[in-house]
Design a protein around this ligand. Sequence first.
Ligand SMILES: [Zn+2]
Length: 96
Amino acid sequence: MPSLGASPEVPCARCGSRIAGLAWGERCAQCRAELSRRAGRLANRISLAATVLMGAYVALSMPPQPMARLYGAIAVVATYIVVRRIAGRVAMEMMK
Ligand SMILES: [Zn+2]
């Protein structure tokens, strides 16, 4: 066990800058932040598109009663939240 006590410098898997205490194959904090920023942007775009589609579907298919419109609005908001979360996770996985 050569790593007891000392933390060797390990190159970042993406940019190659050597960081002490990094695990092999891991990215440095900067690259991880950059990655999650990009994943967040992508997830935002996907979820907005899904929300627009859901909004169009609700607007076209719901009867014009107040309760139906309320449920439609809730469905649209829920679509945004759920898709945003899933797309964020998938984007993070795909960008590895
Ligand atoms: Zn890096």
